[in-house]
Design a protein around this ligand. Sequence first.
Ligand SMILES: Cc1cc2nc3c(=O)[nH]c(=O)nc-3n(C[C@H](O)[C@H](O)[C@H](O)COP(=O)(O)OP(=O)(O)OC[C@H]3O[C@@H](n4cnc5c(N)ncnc54)[C@H](O)[C@@H]3O)c2cc1C
Length: 397
Amino acid sequence: MNFDFSEEQVLLRKTVRQFVDNEIIPHIAKWETDGAFDPAIWKRLADLGLMGVCIPEKYGGSGMDYNSLAIVCEELERGDTAFRTAVSVHTGLNSMTLMQWGSEEQKQKYLIPQATGEKIGAFGLTEPGAGSDVASMSTVAVQDGDDYILNGQKTWISLCDVADHFIVFAYTDKSKKHHGISAFIVERTLDGFSSKAIKGKYGIKSGNTGEIFFDNMRVPKGNLLGKEGEGFKIAMSALDNGRFTVAAGAVGLSLACLEASVKYSRERQTFGKEIGRHQLVQQMIAKMEAGLQMSRLLVYRVGELKNKGVRNTRETSLAKWQACDFANKAADDAVQVYGAYGYSDEYPVARYLRNSKAPVIYEGTREIHTIMQAEYVLGYREDKALSNMLPTWPFDE
Ligand SMILES: Cc1cc2nc3c(=O)[nH]c(=O)nc-3n(C[C@H](O)[C@H](O)[C@H](O)COP(=O)(O)OP(=O)(O)OC[C@H]3O[C@@H](n4cnc5c(N)ncnc54)[C@H](O)[C@@H]3O)c2cc1C
């Protein structure tokens, strides 16, 4: 077991931290008010090689290991959750799924432009009537000649108005339940595709989230991802990657809460001393530190399993559940440390609290991960080896 970061990883962290400090944090208040971040950020992410961190160089990526992706997510979410969410859906849920399940032709056509940042990817699984219970989805795909015709709607889709490509899921045979779901690569330019942002979100206000609609949308047969009926398996393996990025981001959010709380605790005085000298404030700070360090260990362990090509559904679920819960608690305590000042936009902690909630809901709610962990321990759930795993790292170029 090695806990050391490589020189390349240390430099990566420093680079992303500087980018966040200089190009995200100074503008975040305005972007939250605008309800969108400056689209020029996408080009900056691409210039820094952050649009395809753990995608092999031969597919346009930076060829770094899976823990390097964790470092990027951690540092981005230290700035704001919207940027980590963007990387989670673009890389974690879309590009890594193409890498794992795409044909060579699909990788050439879709993965390369996504890894270079020329195109943006997203992921559409959730529907108005199907969140945790994926198999209750209503979207259908009917084969017609060389195409599938898709009809249906997805909701709460990150980057719904921004992404060029989506991986979406639809029933090709409802009678087969989970085994009747298929995955498709869909381009925004297809006839019958439309999107609409959700207004009035509680948090991640600078990020774009909303609905996508398929109205007799013709998708070429070549855009079927994997085989017909493999969609559920593909969705779950995509979540193993997406959840890893969400967990890593939560580490960054916990760090942001801790940094802000330590700063304020050393500045603010009550009863003649810094509030950091009061035991009950120290208790909140100590719990933030413990949550941060425990989350880090869980996340980097998953990264190592991914590097080695070992199935990690159980470990990823644990890391995602715990890291997001810790970050949510850290954000709640950070507001408490700031007292009334934490309850305003003057300081970042209220934004941290709002942002910390969605990750406890998306990519498997707190309750779903609780159930998963109990079932693994009780022997009710077991993961079999998957036919398609991510390539092990170092990548064979
Ligand atoms: C900001 C944001 C961005 C998102 N981005 C995406 C995206 O890019 N792509 C995408 O596909 N989806 C996305 N989602 C949707 C997200 O994945 C779903 O919201 C999530 O899966 C939960 O589904 P639901 O909201 O329908 O809740 P439900 O599944 O209806 O759950 C409601 C409540 O019931 C609980 N519950 C459900 N089943 C059980 C059970 N068996 N036992 C105990 N409790 C249970 C849940 O834990 C929850 O508390 C996003 C959501 C948000 C908030």
